[in-house]
Design a protein around this ligand. Structure first.
Ligand code: 5RP
Length: 237
Protein backbone atom coordinates (compact mmCIF):
# COMPACT_ATOMS: atom_id res chain seq x y z
CA UNK A 1 0.00 0.00 0.00
CA UNK A 2 1.43 3.45 -0.91
CA UNK A 3 2.28 5.70 2.02
CA UNK A 4 -0.47 8.17 1.13
CA UNK A 5 -3.04 5.43 0.70
CA UNK A 6 -2.28 4.05 4.15
CA UNK A 7 -2.28 7.62 5.55
CA UNK A 8 -5.79 8.14 4.16
CA UNK A 9 -7.01 4.79 5.50
CA UNK A 10 -5.72 5.68 8.97
CA UNK A 11 -7.51 9.03 8.74
CA UNK A 12 -10.81 7.36 7.71
CA UNK A 13 -10.41 4.96 10.65
CA UNK A 14 -9.96 7.91 13.02
CA UNK A 15 -12.99 9.75 11.59
CA UNK A 16 -15.09 6.57 11.84
CA UNK A 17 -14.48 6.55 15.59
CA UNK A 18 -17.16 9.28 15.68
CA UNK A 19 -19.84 6.77 14.62
CA UNK A 20 -22.11 5.82 17.49
CA UNK A 21 -24.61 2.99 17.90
CA UNK A 22 -27.79 3.63 15.87
CA UNK A 23 -26.25 6.40 13.74
CA UNK A 24 -27.32 7.04 10.16
CA UNK A 25 -24.12 7.98 8.33
CA UNK A 26 -23.72 9.59 4.90
CA UNK A 27 -20.83 8.36 2.81
CA UNK A 28 -19.10 10.53 0.21
CA UNK A 29 -17.42 9.17 -2.90
CA UNK A 30 -13.93 8.74 -4.32
CA UNK A 31 -10.96 6.51 -3.61
CA UNK A 32 -10.47 7.67 0.01
CA UNK A 33 -13.95 6.60 1.03
CA UNK A 34 -13.92 3.46 -1.15
CA UNK A 35 -10.61 2.34 0.38
CA UNK A 36 -11.69 3.33 3.88
CA UNK A 37 -14.96 1.39 3.85
CA UNK A 38 -13.16 -1.74 5.00
CA UNK A 39 -11.84 0.18 8.03
CA UNK A 40 -15.38 1.32 8.81
CA UNK A 41 -16.75 -2.23 8.52
CA UNK A 42 -14.02 -3.62 10.78
CA UNK A 43 -14.55 -0.83 13.33
CA UNK A 44 -18.32 -1.52 13.53
CA UNK A 45 -17.66 -5.21 14.11
CA UNK A 46 -14.94 -4.63 16.72
CA UNK A 47 -17.06 -2.16 18.68
CA UNK A 48 -20.27 -4.11 18.07
CA UNK A 49 -22.06 -1.03 16.70
CA UNK A 50 -25.11 -0.96 14.47
CA UNK A 51 -25.22 1.86 11.94
CA UNK A 52 -26.99 2.58 8.68
CA UNK A 53 -25.21 4.14 5.70
CA UNK A 54 -26.50 6.43 2.97
CA UNK A 55 -24.16 6.39 -0.07
CA UNK A 56 -23.68 9.41 -2.35
CA UNK A 57 -22.93 7.43 -5.54
CA UNK A 58 -23.24 4.06 -7.22
CA UNK A 59 -19.48 3.61 -6.60
CA UNK A 60 -19.88 3.80 -2.83
CA UNK A 61 -23.19 1.92 -2.81
CA UNK A 62 -21.42 -1.05 -4.43
CA UNK A 63 -18.36 -0.78 -2.16
CA UNK A 64 -20.59 -0.62 0.94
CA UNK A 65 -22.58 -3.66 -0.20
CA UNK A 66 -19.39 -5.65 -0.79
CA UNK A 67 -18.25 -4.92 2.79
CA UNK A 68 -21.62 -5.84 4.29
CA UNK A 69 -22.61 -2.37 5.48
CA UNK A 70 -26.31 -1.83 6.06
CA UNK A 71 -27.68 0.69 3.54
CA UNK A 72 -30.58 3.07 3.92
CA UNK A 73 -32.44 5.08 1.30
CA UNK A 74 -31.77 8.81 1.50
CA UNK A 75 -35.48 9.41 0.84
CA UNK A 76 -36.21 7.44 4.00
CA UNK A 77 -33.38 8.99 6.10
CA UNK A 78 -33.03 12.59 4.91
CA UNK A 79 -31.51 13.64 8.24
CA UNK A 80 -28.12 12.11 8.96
CA UNK A 81 -26.16 12.00 12.20
CA UNK A 82 -22.81 12.18 10.49
CA UNK A 83 -21.28 12.25 7.01
CA UNK A 84 -17.76 11.18 6.07
CA UNK A 85 -16.40 12.34 2.73
CA UNK A 86 -13.18 13.07 0.85
CA UNK A 87 -12.12 16.26 -0.93
CA UNK A 88 -9.86 17.47 -3.73
CA UNK A 89 -8.67 20.59 -1.93
CA UNK A 90 -9.00 22.10 1.55
CA UNK A 91 -8.19 25.69 2.53
CA UNK A 92 -7.27 26.95 6.04
CA UNK A 93 -10.97 27.80 6.77
CA UNK A 94 -11.85 24.18 5.82
CA UNK A 95 -13.64 25.27 2.66
CA UNK A 96 -13.40 22.58 0.02
CA UNK A 97 -13.27 21.83 -3.66
CA UNK A 98 -14.95 18.52 -4.42
CA UNK A 99 -16.15 16.67 -7.50
CA UNK A 100 -13.02 14.93 -8.76
CA UNK A 101 -15.13 11.78 -8.88
CA UNK A 102 -18.09 13.59 -10.51
CA UNK A 103 -20.31 12.86 -7.50
CA UNK A 104 -20.49 16.43 -6.21
CA UNK A 105 -24.24 17.03 -6.55
CA UNK A 106 -25.31 14.06 -4.43
CA UNK A 107 -22.34 14.59 -2.11
CA UNK A 108 -23.45 18.16 -1.40
CA UNK A 109 -26.98 16.98 -0.66
CA UNK A 110 -25.78 14.20 1.64
CA UNK A 111 -23.04 16.27 3.33
CA UNK A 112 -25.35 19.18 4.11
CA UNK A 113 -28.01 16.84 5.50
CA UNK A 114 -25.67 15.65 8.24
CA UNK A 115 -25.42 17.15 11.70
CA UNK A 116 -21.63 16.86 11.34
CA UNK A 117 -19.48 16.56 8.23
CA UNK A 118 -16.04 14.98 8.59
CA UNK A 119 -13.67 15.24 5.63
CA UNK A 120 -10.75 12.88 5.12
CA UNK A 121 -7.75 13.80 2.95
CA UNK A 122 -4.02 13.29 2.84
CA UNK A 123 -1.74 16.25 3.40
CA UNK A 124 -1.26 16.92 -0.35
CA UNK A 125 -4.83 18.25 -0.51
CA UNK A 126 -4.17 21.21 1.83
CA UNK A 127 -3.80 24.57 0.05
CA UNK A 128 -3.40 28.18 1.12
CA UNK A 129 -6.18 29.18 -1.32
CA UNK A 130 -8.83 27.18 -3.13
CA UNK A 131 -8.20 26.97 -6.86
CA UNK A 132 -4.39 26.77 -6.60
CA UNK A 133 -3.66 24.19 -9.29
CA UNK A 134 -7.21 22.87 -8.95
CA UNK A 135 -10.26 23.45 -11.15
CA UNK A 136 -13.77 23.76 -9.76
CA UNK A 137 -15.98 20.93 -11.07
CA UNK A 138 -19.51 21.92 -12.03
CA UNK A 139 -22.36 19.51 -12.69
CA UNK A 140 -24.20 20.85 -15.72
CA UNK A 141 -27.39 19.96 -17.58
CA UNK A 142 -26.27 18.48 -20.93
CA UNK A 143 -28.83 20.66 -22.75
CA UNK A 144 -27.29 23.82 -21.26
CA UNK A 145 -23.64 22.82 -21.58
CA UNK A 146 -22.50 25.21 -24.34
CA UNK A 147 -24.40 28.15 -22.83
CA UNK A 148 -22.84 27.44 -19.41
CA UNK A 149 -19.35 27.24 -20.94
CA UNK A 150 -19.83 30.67 -22.56
CA UNK A 151 -21.01 32.20 -19.27
CA UNK A 152 -18.07 30.71 -17.38
CA UNK A 153 -15.61 32.25 -19.87
CA UNK A 154 -17.30 35.63 -19.33
CA UNK A 155 -16.72 35.18 -15.59
CA UNK A 156 -12.99 34.69 -16.24
CA UNK A 157 -12.92 30.91 -15.87
CA UNK A 158 -11.32 28.40 -18.21
CA UNK A 159 -13.90 25.65 -18.69
CA UNK A 160 -13.20 22.11 -19.92
CA UNK A 161 -15.88 19.52 -20.56
CA UNK A 162 -14.70 16.41 -18.68
CA UNK A 163 -14.13 13.40 -20.94
CA UNK A 164 -15.01 9.90 -19.80
CA UNK A 165 -12.39 7.21 -19.21
CA UNK A 166 -13.39 3.85 -20.63
CA UNK A 167 -16.22 5.68 -22.40
CA UNK A 168 -16.07 7.92 -25.45
CA UNK A 169 -17.41 11.44 -25.16
CA UNK A 170 -18.22 13.40 -22.02
CA UNK A 171 -18.45 11.77 -18.63
CA UNK A 172 -22.07 11.31 -17.52
CA UNK A 173 -22.81 11.62 -13.80
CA UNK A 174 -25.03 9.33 -11.71
CA UNK A 175 -27.71 11.98 -12.34
CA UNK A 176 -27.31 11.93 -16.14
CA UNK A 177 -25.50 15.28 -16.33
CA UNK A 178 -22.11 16.50 -17.65
CA UNK A 179 -19.14 17.81 -15.66
CA UNK A 180 -17.43 21.04 -16.65
CA UNK A 181 -14.11 21.64 -14.85
CA UNK A 182 -13.64 25.34 -14.51
CA UNK A 183 -10.20 26.79 -13.77
CA UNK A 184 -10.08 30.22 -12.06
CA UNK A 185 -6.56 30.04 -10.64
CA UNK A 186 -6.32 30.89 -6.91
CA UNK A 187 -9.78 32.11 -5.84
CA UNK A 188 -9.85 35.36 -3.81
CA UNK A 189 -13.48 35.16 -2.75
CA UNK A 190 -14.97 31.64 -3.03
CA UNK A 191 -18.33 32.78 -1.59
CA UNK A 192 -18.82 35.37 -4.29
CA UNK A 193 -17.75 32.88 -7.00
CA UNK A 194 -20.25 30.35 -5.62
CA UNK A 195 -23.05 32.94 -5.82
CA UNK A 196 -22.10 33.86 -9.39
CA UNK A 197 -21.95 30.23 -10.51
CA UNK A 198 -25.24 29.36 -8.81
CA UNK A 199 -26.95 32.15 -10.71
CA UNK A 200 -26.12 30.55 -14.09
CA UNK A 201 -29.11 28.55 -15.37
CA UNK A 202 -28.03 25.02 -16.27
CA UNK A 203 -25.46 24.63 -13.49
CA UNK A 204 -26.99 21.95 -11.30
CA UNK A 205 -24.34 22.15 -8.56
CA UNK A 206 -20.82 23.42 -7.95
CA UNK A 207 -17.85 21.70 -6.36
CA UNK A 208 -17.34 24.58 -3.90
CA UNK A 209 -18.27 23.22 -0.47
CA UNK A 210 -18.07 26.32 1.72
CA UNK A 211 -18.65 26.48 5.50
CA UNK A 212 -19.78 22.86 5.52
CA UNK A 213 -16.97 20.72 6.94
CA UNK A 214 -16.91 20.52 10.73
CA UNK A 215 -13.54 18.80 10.83
CA UNK A 216 -10.89 17.63 8.40
CA UNK A 217 -8.85 14.50 9.16
CA UNK A 218 -5.47 14.81 7.49
CA UNK A 219 -3.50 11.62 6.97
CA UNK A 220 0.24 12.31 6.97
CA UNK A 221 3.11 10.43 5.43
CA UNK A 222 4.69 9.91 8.85
CA UNK A 223 1.64 7.85 9.90
CA UNK A 224 0.00 10.53 12.06
CA UNK A 225 -3.50 11.96 11.62
CA UNK A 226 -4.02 15.67 12.20
CA UNK A 227 -7.55 16.81 13.01
CA UNK A 228 -8.43 20.34 11.89
CA UNK A 229 -11.59 21.77 13.47
CA UNK A 230 -13.54 24.54 11.78
CA UNK A 231 -13.87 27.80 13.62
CA UNK A 232 -17.20 29.57 13.06
CA UNK A 233 -16.93 32.30 10.41
CA UNK A 234 -19.13 35.27 9.51
CA UNK A 235 -20.75 33.03 6.88
CA UNK A 236 -22.11 30.65 9.54
CA UNK A 237 -25.62 31.36 10.75
C1 5RP B 1 -15.95 12.86 -5.63
C2 5RP B 1 -15.23 13.70 -4.66
C3 5RP B 1 -14.11 13.08 -3.91
O1 5RP B 1 -14.37 13.18 -2.54
C4 5RP B 1 -12.83 13.82 -4.23
O2 5RP B 1 -12.67 13.84 -5.65
C5 5RP B 1 -11.62 13.14 -3.59
O3 5RP B 1 -11.42 11.91 -4.19
P1 5RP B 1 -10.28 10.90 -3.75
O4 5RP B 1 -10.65 10.39 -2.40
O5 5RP B 1 -10.31 9.84 -4.82
O6 5RP B 1 -8.98 11.67 -3.73
O7 5RP B 1 -15.52 14.86 -4.46
O8 5RP B 1 -16.88 13.60 -6.37
Amino acid sequence: MSEYKSARCLAVKKAAEQIEDGYVVGLGSGSTIAEGIEEIAVMLKTRNLKAMFVPSSYQIELAAISHGLKLGLFAEYPELDLAIDGADQVDPQLNLIKGGGAALAREKVVDTSAKRLLIVVDERKLAARLGEGQSVPLEVLPFACQAVIRRIRKLGGKPTLREGKGKVGPIVTDNGNFIVDSDYGPIDDPHSLELQLRSIPGIVETGLFLDMAHAVYVGKRDGSVQILQRRLSSHDQ
